[in-house]
Design a protein around this ligand. Sequence first.
Ligand code: ADP
Length: 469
Amino acid sequence: MSLKKPGRFRNSLTFRLTLWYAGIFAASSFVAFFLFYTLITSVIQEKTDQELFSQAGQFSAVLRERGIGAVENFALFEAQAAGEKKVFFRLLYPTGQAVSSSNMAYWEDIAVRKEAIGQLLGGAGRVIETVILTTRKDQVRILYAMIGPGVILQVGQSMENYARIMDAFRGIFLATMALLIGLATGVGWFMARRAVSGVEAITRTAQGISGGTLEKRVPVKGRGDEIDQLAMTFNQMLDRIQSLVAEIRQMGDDIAHDLKSPLTRIRGMAEIALTTGKSLAEYEAMAASAIEECDRLLSIINTMLMISKTEAGVEKPSREKIDLASLVREACELFGTTAEDRGLTLSCDVPEGCVIAGDARMIQRLLSNLLDNAIKYTSAGGRVEVSLSQIEGWGATLTVKDTGGGISDVDLPRIFERFYRGDRSRSASGAGLGLSLARAIARAHGGDITVESRLREGSVFAVTLPASG
Ligand code: ADP
């Protein structure tokens, strides 16, 4: 299955990240442009206004010093000097009627605004406004100022030059923007691809695995970023799944192996009974052996079921208050005879009363498995010591120590696995399920089992059980 079906492209993270990147870049550039544009426009306008004010000041001075005739000449002279298409001057009476003006051929559209004169007469020192000439699409900044008693100056300045600069600025900006947005889209795409490629690698590996290969792993780039962490977590999950699957396979093999021997024996017995003539007593003995084998099988199956249910949490331990001390004492008494028969000393060091919340039946099973092993794997003349100690505010620790043959370093890490039996223990009775069940019970109670052992010196199994479970 391909990751890049065209229909999915628009929904892809790469596409959306690129779009966001380009979009945010474009939006912020436009905001920056807008602010810059507004700033330039207001600076230009301010500069133009300053020029108009200073001209009004000069006119006022000429009027004061040399009279109205000189002002008229000054207007003509100033307009010619600056360019008659750039500035114009009009001298007005308070009625709005023109006294004189510079050459107004280019400025025919500009009228005298009565309201502006009204504002001046009402006390405003000067009135300034922008007029847009629709015929030429030109903007003119116009100042009305009272330059002497009964003399009003109307001066206008074309903004055409500035407008051209701003047009060029807009053009350059738009072209640069188009280029930069294209570049940003490319960079965004590249960055998004880099970020997403790690996720794609994980998806590809996951797809490969559903195809049946559990050995595949996602490559870790070693950058220590989130994608690396995801890849490492994914690989760790695969490790766990792989070992679980291997465990399940091994368990299947072990079950098949352990069930095969008793079934073969039962079949063999039945076959012999059918093919050879036997006495009634012999038939009865065979039937008894078959029942024994079946009981063994049933016990294995029941123990397996119990381990699975306890580990899966289906068989939850009841949480009654139980006196662990008396349970341990009872177990020691129960196994005392067996130990004695095998020539062992069984000692029991248990305090008075040690209450925990737990399942008495399950704890009994745990105790009997540990004691059974200690007695089974210790030869005559040896010792088995059981002790219980209370841990204040937490619970209790039970230890079962023996002076048996011990467990080899090869066997030690595996003895809690289902059906695992040490090589040297094959001759002893058992199915390799006792410790698995004991550990499942301890863990279901919120505790655990640990073991320390030395070959030819003995083993110590320690069970911790919290008081509250
Ligand atoms: P089983 O006793 O039926 O073989 P267990 O699950 O109880 O199965 O124990 C698994 C293995 O651990 C045993 O086969 C044995 O090799 C080892 N083992 C357990 N307890 C002891 C012990 N006290 N001393 C030596 N080996 C032990």
